[in-house]
Design a protein around this ligand. Structure first.
Ligand SMILES: Cc1cc2nc3c(=O)[nH]c(=O)nc-3n(C[C@H](O)[C@H](O)[C@H](O)COP(=O)(O)O)c2cc1C
Length: 185
């Protein structure tokens, strides 16, 4: 097995090697206003109930919509939407209706007021489960209360942020089921 030779690495760039994926679009709504933001910093915290933790910076217009409604939808885009995903993450919903600007279709959700994005592969309707880390870290913990996902392709080409404007596209799949304890699958 290869042993990697290493150099000092800037601590501020650690995120480039740890950044989770896939990049998602968070849609939100409050009192007649709706918005979308791009999000790379999220993590699965629990499977049942399905808890997702994520950072929504206070400087984002979405922050207030999510904070006040206590809801959002996490939408999973595929590589076909990559350019829109970056542009949505580089403009503010305070000045523009991103659904109209990026020609995205808003669908009514079942359990939350925030809209689903029809062009995304999956949509997870979320309700705030715990806000204790919000004020300190802008870290919201959501419970996914309803999930919608396409049936094909089985492994969607999601996009994963590497930092510095570079993305990885989900590619080859590897079946290693035989090494798993059944309860770990
Ligand atoms: C690839 C990518 C990932 C991002 N990840 C996050 C994130 O996890 N949390 C966050 O607060 N902002 C993140 N952003 C920045 C927001 O998407 C950006 O500030 C956006 O303009 C906010 O929109 P809004 O002000 O309309 O809410 C990301 C942007 C990009 C391009």
């Amino acid at each position: 097995m290869k042993i990697y030779k290493k150099r000092d690495f800037p601590v501020s760039d650690v995120r480039r090697l740890l950044e989770p994926g896939p990049v998602v679009l968070v849609s939100s709504a409050f009192k007649g206003e709706r918005n979308i933001m791009t999000m790379g910093w999220h993590t699965m915290m629990e499977f049942t109930p399905a808890l997702v933790g994520c950072i929504i910076a206070e400087s984002n217009h979405s922050y207030e919509l999510v904070r006040r409604s206590r809801q959002c939808v996490i939408n999973v885009p595929t590589v076909e939407l990559a350019r829109q995903v970056v542009q949505i993450g580089n403009c503010s919903g305070a000045r523009v209706d991103k659904f109209a600007k990026f020609k995205l279709t808003a669908l009514v959700a079942d359990e939350v007021g925030a809209p689903l994005i029809a062009q995304c592969y999956a949509n997870f309707e979320c309700k705030l489960a715990d806000r204790r880390l919000r004020d300190k870290y802008n870290f919201f913990i959501f419970e996914v209360v309803k999930a919608h996902a396409a049936v094909a392709p089985k492994y969607p080409k999601t996009i994963h942020y590497r930092g510095d404007g570079m993305f990885m596209v989900a590619g080859r799949s590897l079946n290693l089921r035989r090494y798993f304890r059944p309860e770990m699958l």
